[in-house]
Design a protein around this ligand. Structure first.
Ligand code: ZN
Length: 499
């Protein structure tokens, strides 16, 4: 046995532990009774700390160092070389966090998450504020432990987007923001689209049947996946053979669960199609948050909101809800699900205003981290930015500062990756269409195999073999850029609104 083989054996063990933590989290967010929160937080924290100790032990460090020496003689694109390279990167990062700190933060985040569900239900920010304060302290200590070169926020961002800096994000956002603001202004001067048909009565069972039909056609494998219900929809994978989706149905809101399910399916198909050859090696998951989000967004927006998708699928949708959409033409329906209108809730916002929701959070969490605003003033700061960017003020904190789970779960630094994912989704899709012109024609005929295969071949199979920027260049020939995304928004919404 070589040292690399020993390392791989240990990585498989660590993967198994991580698997168990994920299952506990999935259950907490779907079926666990409310009363179980404290004991579950304790169990997750214990197991997370145990896993962390294993992955940062001196013995593991020695193994990584030995494997690195062996890997010197391997080709730089061989799987073993890449496994060793990423293990060394992970090890160097993870060992910066003391074990006791990992346990403390995991428990704090779990408790904060339960408190957040409650506080959001009652729109009671004061009840959540102490948890946010605690989480911010943890974030600041995380920054200290990781260290940074340019800005403290880099350390938090780096947890979700390796090697990306705050100033890089800022640069991309500065390119997109004026375009979005201009589009929103022009669209607001056009006659509004009547979206009311989307909010009629849609039987939940039929909503689920249609969503299952759509994602089965896309290629989501139900033998290695399932759909459950939750408060805040998410996708989770316990390795490539069990990638689950969660959804929240609302009988009076068709797009929410439908596009939400397609979104989570995009995440899940990525995980289901990570190469068999890197199973349980620690690199058998998505490359980064933004790359992951590019997959959910690609299926949700570029496929699920496209005219060609609905041209084929709209009759099936109508058939699922007898009588409900008979008076709504395909053209009307497509305009309705693509309506641009400033709104309160990020996850329900349209493609254009979505990025303003992200920019707001990106700025606000930097202000909180740097103590430029106090936790108690967060709702007011939130509302002021909503007014400035979107021209609306949330009537309650449940629809404002409390709407997202991220600050409860310790996800500070996470939000920007959503917009980066939007930008990347178009860059990837444009590349796919360029290399495989049949994709457009196939989708119009209800065939998704050519798109699925392109993504599997150029992105999915690689998992986390490469760092995000390397992955993006390998798939599209260029680093992440906003040009394709901006052109897409202008093309699509220019046509829809006759601008
Ligand atoms: Zn997502």
């Amino acid at each position: 046995m070589s040292i690399i083989d020993d390392l791989k054996t240990e990585l498989a063990s660590i993967s198994n532990l991580a698997h168990a933590v994920e299952v506990l989290c999935w259950d907490r967010d779907t079926y666990m009774p409310e009363g179980g929160a404290r004991q579950r937080a304790s169990a997750i924290s214990e197991l997370a700390a145990f896993t962390h100790a294993r992955a940062t032990s001196d013995a593991f460090g020695t193994l990584v160092a030995g494997a690195q020496r062996e890997a010197d003689s391997l080709a730089e694109d061989s799987v073993d070389f890449l496994i060793v390279r990423m293990s060394a990167y992970d090890y160097e990062r993870l060992k910066k966090l003391p074990n006791a700190f990992v346990a403390e933060s995991s428990e704090a985040h779990s408790l904060a998450q339960s408190a957040w569900v409650d506080a959001k239900g009652k729109s009671d920010f004061a009840a959540f504020a102490p948890h946010l304060e605690k989480n911010l302290q943890i974030s600041r200590r995380t920054v200290e432990y990781y260290g940074y070169v340019d800005q403290p926020y880099d350390a938090l961002l780096g947890q979700f987007e390796p090697k990306m800096l705050t100033k890089d994000v800022q640069k991309l956002f500065d390119q997109v923001r004026p375009v979005v603001v201009d589009l929103v202004r022009k669209i607001s001067q056009r006659p509004p689209v009547d979206r009311s048909p989307l909010f009629r009565n849609f039987d939940e069972g039929a909503q689920e049947r249609f969503a299952v039909e759509a994602i089965t056609r896309f290629g989501y494998d139900f033998r290695r996946g399932r759909i459950d219900r939750t408060v805040h929809p998410f996708e989770v994978s316990f390795g490539r053979d069990d990638c689950r989706i969660t959804t929240k149905y609302n009988v009076n809101d068709l797009p929410s669960a439908l596009l939400g399910t397609i979104h989570e399916c995009g995440h899940a198909m990525y995980e289901q199609n990570i190469g068999e050859d890197i199973r349980n090696t620690g690199i058998d998951n998505g490359c980064s948050n933004s790359v992951h989000e590019s997959q959910s967004r690609l299926w949700e927006n570029l496929v699920g909101r496209s005219e060609s998708f609905w041209r084929r699928m709209y009759p099936s949708l109508q058939a699922q809800f007898p009588g409900v959409l008979d008076d709504v033409s395909l053209d009307w329906f497509v305009r309705a699900i693509n309506t641009v209108q400033p709104s309160l809730i990020r996850i329900e916002s349209d493609e254009v205003t979505y990025n303003l929701h992200i920019i707001l959070r990106f700025e606000l969490e930097q202000d909180l981290l740097m103590d430029r605003i106090n936790v108690k003033d967060a709702p007011e700061a939130w509302n002021a930015k909503m007014q400035e960017y979107l021209g609306i003020t949330p009537p309650s904190d449940a629809e404002g500062v409390l709407q997202d789970v991220h600050w409860a779960m310790g996800g500070m630094g996470y939000f920007p990756t959503y917009s980066l994912g939007n930008f990347l989704s178009v860059q990837l899709y444009d590349t796919a269409l360029e290399q495989e012109p049949a994709i457009g024609r196939d989708i119009a005929q209800g065939e998704y195999g050519s798109l699925f295969n392109w993504l599997e071949r150029n992105l999915w199979r690689y998992g986390r073999r490469y760092f995000p920027q390397e992955t993006i260049v390998r798939a599209t020939g260029r680093p992440l850029e906003t040009g394709p995304y901006i052109a897409y928004l202008q093309r699509k919404f220019g046509a829809l609104y006759g601008l």
